[in-house]
Design a protein around this ligand. Structure first.
Ligand code: NAD
Ligand code: MLT
Length: 540
């Protein structure tokens, strides 16, 4: 049997299937249209599943994920996948967001023109033997105000095309930079209501999220001018279908072009009864080019992910370690070690973790905000959580599920950025709050490209966090460290490094790195030394 098994549950263009078959270690099964009951019984036998919107990946379906590691969506929208459930199981959810951008853009323009000029009606009328030119009086796009809600890939491409028609383009998208809108020649509005009052035509290009569902209801439509045209090629439910129906019927809204529905296929959508609704059956992405692209992109990503190579477009992991600079990768690994150390030396039940990113190194926002996922932490926060929780939790902790596992355990997570701290230019500070103490550990990377732990509360240290350590706190008295060395030597445990720090409080903290394991018996001898406050074996 081949090493990896991939299941395709939807109609996928051959281009991607060819990509998969070029990998000799991948076995491909195609079961387009498989029902969830049957799928549930076999899903755990596959390493990856690839779908379009035909399969709804529910929590129940992946309850026992078996060997499933990847869910690939050949397209943009991942609203048919329970991302939280997948993330909790450590399953990567990936999509192919760029492949059908132009397909959806061009359908948007097509539907907009169809609605403005009633082209489908005119076509039907002519074919039914009529020559009725008066009936098909339309509206020109030229000089009209187009409001784009969601100025991402498709929204931006619609803006470019609309401008070439001589339209005035305005947009509402609270998550993009003003400079992006400026570069497109689009006026960005801070409030949706202000945009609604201005538009002659409105088009939607956002994902369906809690914030965008029913974004437009009768209340919003009432703010708009009369005779506006609505276009929705994004997702059904962004515009409330019933309220749009009433507005179209009363003549408040001139026409609507709709490719997507609250329920698909739409069994009882009243919109389809109206003459001024121009509808298509969710074909935004259906071009030869678009389907080839999404199929190839998702299959290439799945192949790379299965083989441990970098891949793009993971939806539930907001960054790729391989895309960080070499220096930031060192900080990433260091933060994971700091989290691991914190979990081993902390006392009490964890309540909160704060990651403070200090210095110019961390100025850039490394996490592309994903709107379908609840967490969009910086990579260092995720690394710290993974390191920390990996010590506590028996089940496997990954960069994907770490934020969910923290949330499940009611551990609050906070991240902040600040300028220089103490004598360090760049520093990662990990602050752990438990029910009985607050512990701070900080690390930095020096020019030798080695990450070091440099602070433990107020103690200054120099520890390269790799391997086995004896960590202890003692009273600041002569001879104690010597006794520790003697005990380790007696048990033929070789010391490879030592970092000691003291405070005016009369305490010292030490990390002794050792080449050999330290057993319980040795630790008991060390704990029995007079002046020893505490001692622990730490694995980093
Ligand atoms: P994208 O991620 O590039 O753009 C989405 C934009 O929506 C982003 O800029 C984001 O900031 C914005 N946004 C998110 N929440 C918002 C909110 N509450 N208010 C305003 N703006 C908000 O995605 P894209 O590739 O442009 O695709 C957009 C959507 O189109 C997809 O999510 C998908 O649902 C839909 N789509 C449909 C078809 C089809 O067949 N009809 C094809 C492709 C895509
Ligand atoms: C998408 O989100 O990519 C589109 O809705 C297209 C599709 O599902 O085929």
């Amino acid at each position: 049997m081949k090493q990896y098994r991939v299941l395709i549950t939807d109609h996928l263009s051959e281009d991607g299937i060819e990509v998969l078959s070029r990998s000799r270690d991948i076995d491909i099964d195609i079961k387009a249209g498989i029902k969830n009951d049957e799928l549930k019984l076999i899903i755990g036998n596959y390493d990856a599943i690839i779908t379009r919107s035909g399969t709804t990946i529910t929590e129940d379906l992946i309850e026992n994920p078996g060997r499933l590691k990847i869910i690939g969506r050949a397209g943009v929208g991942v609203d048919n996948i329970d991302i939280e459930a997948a993330s909790k199981k450590g399953i990567i959810v990936m999509n192919a967001p760029t492949g059908n951008t132009l397909a959806a853009t061009e359908l948007t323009m097509g539907i907009m023109l169809a609605a403005a000029r009633k082209i489908p009606l005119a076509n039907d009328s002519l074919k039914s033997g009529k020559w009725d030119r008066k009936r098909f009086m339309g509206i020109e796009l030229y000089n009209k105000v187009l409001g784009i809600v969601g100025l991402g890939r498709i929204g931006s491409n619609v803006a470019i095309r609309a401008k070439s028609f001589g339209m005035k383009v305005i947009a509402y998208d609270p998550y993009i930079k003003k400079s992006k809108a400026d570069s497109l020649g689009v006026k960005l509005y801070d409030r949706l209501e202000d945009l609604l009052k201005e538009v002659d035509i409105i088009t939607f290009h956002t994902p369906l999220t809690a914030a965008t569902k029913n974004m437009i209801t009768a209340k919003e439509i009432a703010l708009m001018k009369d005779n506006v045209i609505f276009v929705n090629c994004a997702r059904g439910g962004i515009v409330n279908e019933n309220d749009l129906y009433e507005a179209l019927k009363s003549g408040k809204v001139f026409a609507a072009g709709v490719d997507v529905f609250e329920e698909e296929p739409p069994k009882s959508s009243k919109l389809l009864e109206l003459e001024n609704v121009f509808a298509t059956p969710h074909i935004g992405a259906n071009t030869m080019e678009g389907q080839e692209a999404v199929s190839r992109i998702i299959c290439e990503q799945v192949v790379n992910a299965l083989h441990g190579r970098p891949y793009q477009n993971a939806v539930n992991i907001p960054f790729m370690k391989s895309q960080l600079t070499e220096n930031l990768q060192l900080y990433f690994s260091l933060t994971e070690k700091i989290g691991k150390l914190a979990a081993q030396i902390a006392k009490g039940r964890p309540e909160g973790i704060k990651i403070v990113m200090i210095g110019k190194n961390f100025e850039e926002d490394l996490c592309e905000r994903k709107f379908d996922v609840p967490f969009s932490y910086q990579p260092f926060t995720i690394a710290g959580l993974k390191g920390f929780l990996g010590v506590y939790i028996q089940e496997s902790v990954t960069y994907i599920n770490a934020p969910y596992l923290a949330k499940d355990r009611n551990i609050t997570v906070e991240e902040t950025k600040t300028d220089q701290y103490d004598k360090f230019n760049d520093l990662i500070l990990f602050v752990l709050k438990t029910d009985i103490e607050e512990l701070s550990i900080a690390g930095t990377v020096f020019s030798d490209k080695l990450g070091r732990i440099v602070l433990l509360d107020r103690f200054h240290l120099d520890v390269i966090p790799e391997g086995t350590f004896l960590h202890f706190r003692i009273f600041d008295r002569p001879g104690i460290i010597g006794k520790v060395g003697t005990i380790l030597g007696n048990h033929r445990i070789n010391i490879s490094g030592l970092s000691v720090s003291r405070q005016h409080t009369g305490e010292e903290v030490a990390f002794v790195s050792v080449d050999d394991p330290i057993g319980e018996e040795v630790l008991s001898e060390i704990l029995a030394i007079d002046g020893m406050i505490e001692a622990k074996v730490i694995e980093l």
